[in-house]
Design a protein around this ligand. Structure first.
Ligand SMILES: [Zn+2]
Length: 296
């Protein structure tokens, strides 16, 4: 059973006041199993904010002139994002702000106090599923109107239990097993996928656009040394690197959906906040010896 919540964007305060208030201190050692909802899906819907007068400037007027931009495509495409943490918070915010109409957010983690230093959550979200709470927080930013579904499950569980319609996957997670599953699932569906990653010191980001075709390179063509078995240590992250990575990711999502126009296509972007390593833009080619592509 899917629970649907219609939120009036002009009544945000009331919506928040209706929430159960949870003290940060009380949640510190609260067992995750006890705060998982019985139903891990929730959908939030809001209508387009209409102009008050016909002469008012269009909501997306400043997008006119952006190469290859097509607002209608963005409004109709279903974007499914895996990960609702530091990267997913601002990727999804940018996508929703820019006019994405249909979005699904998947994350099996719950909001913890230390997440609030960079992720798009409030005190009221503590202890609750990230996927669902990010969907709830984002709906107030969907001036173009949107339907956002939050799923409080790990991606590997979600694809077993939910149909998950998607024109594109966006992946902002910190474990290679989930990335591998997303590579395989995107290939099986013949849809593009955008992967975004931060370096261990949180200074450098890498973003890769995996094309929809089996002839396109996969993430393991780009990064053959990623070990799907390895559990990654807790890496550093700060909001500035999350913003940097999110900008490149949103650009790739827009290009994958709308095309490139006069821009020369590429599939790899790498940049360093500190400037200690060179920024890089390029096109990764398919590796004939790639073990992951070979299995698909
Ligand atoms: Zn490959």
């Amino acid at each position: 059973m899917k629970k649907e919540t219609k939120i009036n964007t002009t009544n945000e305060t009331t919506a928040l006041l209706d929430e159960e208030t949870i003290e940060t201190e009380q949640m510190a050692e609260f067992p995750v199993e006890l705060v998982m909802p019985e139903n891990p899906f929730e959908t939030f819907i809001t209508e387009e904010l209409k102009a008050s007068h016909e002469t008012e400037t269009d909501l997306f007027a400043r997008h006119e002139g952006i190469p290859a931009h097509n607002q209608e495509i963005l409004q109709k495409a279903r974007i499914t994002q895996i990960g609702s943490g530091g990267l997913g918070s601002y990727i999804s915010l940018g996508l929703i702000k820019s006019g994405t109409g249909l979005m699904t957010l998947i994350d099996g983690d719950t909001v913890e106090r230390h997440n609030l230093s960079r992720q798009f959550f409030y005190k009221e979200d503590l202890g609750k599923p990230k996927g669902i709470r990010l969907a709830k927080n984002l709906i107030h930013h969907a001036a173009g109107g949107a339907t956002i579904t939050g799923i409080g499950l790990r991606f590997e569980e979600a694809i077993e239990k939910v149909p998950l319609p998607a024109e594109i996957f966006v992946i902002g997670v910190d474990n290679n097993a989930c990335r591998l599953k997303a590579v395989q699932e995107a290939r099986r569906r013949r849809i593009p996928a955008v992967f975004t990653m931060l370096s261990g010191d949180g200074m450098r980001c890498q973003v890769f656009l995996q094309g929809a075709s089996p002839l396109d390179p996969c993430l393991w063509c780009a990064l053959p040394n990623l070990n799907p078995e390895k559990i990654l240590p807790c890496a550093s992250a700060i909001i500035s690197s999350c913003f940097l990575a999110s900008a490149f990711t949103i650009f790739f999502v827009h290009r994958a959906l709308m095309g490139w126009g006069k821009i020369e296509p590429f599939n790899w972007r790498e940049a360093d906040l500190s400037g200690m390593t060179p920024d890089h833009k390029g096109t990764i080619r398919k590796r004939e010896t790639c073990s992951v592509c070979g299995d698909l």
